[in-house]
Design a protein around this ligand. Sequence first.
Ligand code: KG4
Ligand code: ZN
Length: 347
Amino acid sequence: MAITILAIESSCDETSAAICRDGAILSNFIANQKVHEAYGGVVPELASRAHMQNIVPVTDVALKQAGVTLSEVDAIAFTQAPGLIGSLLVGSQFAKSLALSLNKPLIGVHHMQAHVLANLIEEPRPPFPFLCLTVSGGHTQIVRCDSPTQLSIIGATIDDAAGEAFDKSAKLLGLPYPGGPLIDKYAKEGNPTRFAFPEPQIQGLDFSFSGLKTAILYFLQNGGKANYHKEELLVSEDERKRFIEENLADICASIQNRIITILLNKVRKATKETGIKHVCIAGGVSANSGLRAALQEWGAKYGWNTYIPAFQYCTDNAGMIAITAFYKYKESAFEDLSVTAAARSEW
Ligand code: KG4
Ligand code: ZN
């Protein structure tokens, strides 16, 4: 008999619901919250309120788009962790209420595992074992996947996430939040090798981005003229602004290029250490056009088979929660109603 799952994602500032039937995503509806744009970042209290307003209509749309009624749903899945606690609580309470009222099993999903398994939604699907570079606003990880439910983190950031590196760089350039997609946009017109930002020397498969942020700060304070490592206010505020304005595309392309080489050098190291040649990317930053193109180029050069989810499954979405829940359902990995959301959680 077909397994139909209704999944809810509400970990940050996207309210999303999806329907999955036997591993096929029938609908994946996402409501973005515009309310945060004016504040330069996600405001947790506003995010929770917007989730409360959106969650019922969003679920309704997902059901209608899939042509599925609540009585046909076999299980309710939700993002249990990690994320903003107020946002997670809205989704988890809603899912628990539905599961209770429909008398259906409840499946709690780890948001970062779901980003990885977004690669299993559509063809071509990576065979196991595969490696996944998971890059989002809060995480940067290299994950080894031996089965849909056996995932291990073999590398992670020791400070900022790749998405933060994009967003904080964009902020230094005076771009609005979230800056990642804007850096991507301007980088398309720029020269990626014009400015050479330093690459951190971190042992093993771990990442670091905080040094890059500082280098960019000094670089801009110096109007692009002086040593990146030296904090000297060599130019006036006006000169700095003019320098950014006149060189925005090249600065964005150079920042993006450095972030990408930091990421892919570690992926290369991971493929060498594990012998695994199937490489996926996941998470919001995997929407970056430069990273997507570079992954394919490096794959062709080093003999990797590469996999990239469709855009709608890269940034936060309930489709990835639904596919993860589908595999958990097959293992009867259900929660009871005492389950709680958690802002932080190891796997
Ligand atoms: O996975 P996600 O949607 O939310 C989290 O779980 O964090 O990732 C959001 C991050 C933000 O930092 C955003 O700037 C970044 O993904 N992002 C991008 C692009 N699209 C989203 N970064 C670079 N280029 C993009 N095209
Ligand atoms: Zn995410």
